[in-house]
Write a protein that binds this ligand. Sequence first.
Ligand code: TQI
Ligand code: ZN
Ligand code: ZN
Length: 169
Amino acid sequence: LYSFFPGSPSWPSNKRQLTYAISPTARISADDATLRSIFARAFERWANVTQMTFVEAAEYSAADIKIGFYSGDHGDGEAFDGVLGTLAHAFSPTNGRFHLDAAENWAVDGSLPSVGEIDLESVAVHEIGHLLGLGHSSVEEAIMFPTITSGTRRVELAADDVAGVQLLY
Ligand code: TQI
Ligand code: ZN
Ligand code: ZN
């Protein structure tokens, strides 16, 4: 079953469009168009089942959701740990910070990742769930289940994810 953060925070009901942007500086070597399409697809999966819409912000500084790739200690008290371990983190509404560990071997081509690679879209779909207010789920098929196996892809929302997010939006 899905869960929420303590107090069930969500984005305000008068704000159904959120903007997002990828940091122009905190990046990995993958090309810009590839990264943009991966995040756009990940946001679209949640937009498809809610009243929320997501658009890329023109200005990084003005975006509701700020995406960046960082290594080690990056100033928010939640240092990344190098290859594997923690892959990414995102904060509850309405913080909007979405950070990924630049040290991972990110798979960005949409095909099945090799062992040791982490599928970026799979992690993005999970972290966007957190950004919207979902905690972890006890349902193994759910995007919000707190385990993913290296070398796999999991990008389709399960009925459990949809039920949870539809209570918020
Ligand atoms: N990062 C953890 C996660 O996103 C960070 C975290 C732990 C967290 N507890 C939290 C974030 C509570 C928000 C709220 O779950 S992770 C997975 C999964 C991670 C893990 O790097 O361990 C995915 C990132 F689910 F597969 F285990 C993405 Cl998909
Ligand atoms: Zn961080
Ligand atoms: Zn999680």
